[in-house]
Design a protein around this ligand. Sequence first.
Ligand SMILES: *Cc1c(COP(=O)(O)O)cnc(C)c1O
Length: 385
Amino acid sequence: MIPYGRQEVTADDIDSVVKTLKSDFLTQGTQTILFERSIANYCNASYGTSTNSATSALHISCMALDLNKDDLVWTSPISFVASANCALYCGAEIDFVDIDSESYNINTLRLREKLELGKIKGRLPKILIAVHLAGQSCNMSEIHALSIEFGFKIIEDASHALGGLYKDTKIGSCKYSDITVLSFHPVKIITTGEGGMALTNSSELDNKLKLLRTHGIIKDTSKMTDNPHGSWYYEQVLLGYNYRMSDIQAALGLSQLARLDEYIEIRNKIANFYTEQLKDLPAIVPIVSKECRSSYHLYILRIKTGQTKNSHKEIFELLRNCGIGVNLHYIPIYRQPYYARYGYNPNDFPESEQYYKEAISIPIFPSLKAEELNFVVNTLKRIIN
Ligand SMILES: *Cc1c(COP(=O)(O)O)cnc(C)c1O
């Protein structure tokens, strides 16, 4: 089966990990700090906090922004469940804003309408989580302007988008947000096995993130409540977690980071090839705004339902039977059984509903071979037409 995404681990990556295994620190030594600095530098952000996943980075980002019980968070329904779960971890309420028909990201017109209604009802979000689906940035300048007008904080869920550009600034720069979260899961742009990071330009937020990542424990004597009882002394000042990334993971990430630009280049080449080959099928190819360079974590086709011999579901099964590991990113989060208790109405999200009937992610990853690409294209032409 050709998967929709796959990691590439080179001999250099393995050497880096082995070197770390032979060193004094397996966790939170030199490699995690270097990895945080290197990613922050790459993205033009001031600070980075590495974590054991993007999910935990999202959780502590919500906490760092003081998300409390009964506060409200809004995000896109077309995302991985982690983008919404982080609000629930804090006892907050989650609601969704329908997507745009071209970018499949949060529709900023719908966002404005929902904010205006929320203002009248006296129920505005504390945080908006902007998900850069497939690697294309949301309309961040618009979202940022709305955050000032309506007074909410912004977390960018850039799990798909490391290496992408928005208006000539790197995704992760936090130019339009408080915090940007990255994922280093194996299917994402670069990997640490499991891993994530929260980037910010605020030293205050950075301190909170680092505190929450490690049990809420401080070792800096100048910040302590009591006089240190001795050299062993530390204080827990917040209820934090163990969300640390290990040095073993960071060594892998650092080694992978050296190939990031090359990966984005290859992903864009594959995407251009697909678009050229597939544009005449009864399917919609990805539409990337002139303001963006997508990292192409995903290549999402939309089947024009009613214009194809096979249904969306049949196309899926036929492709999988041919050894092409297509996938669907994502089932609208409000449709998940766990979310049924909150009583969302699918009719409130017509674009997301339509998207769910049509979307299909086809294989895209740096080590995809020319024969495999041709096989995917030829099989799609046969099955969709
Ligand atoms: C993968 C992903 C996450 C979660 O990442 P983990 O590192 O696996 O926790 C969150 N949001 C989006 C949009 C993702 O694709």
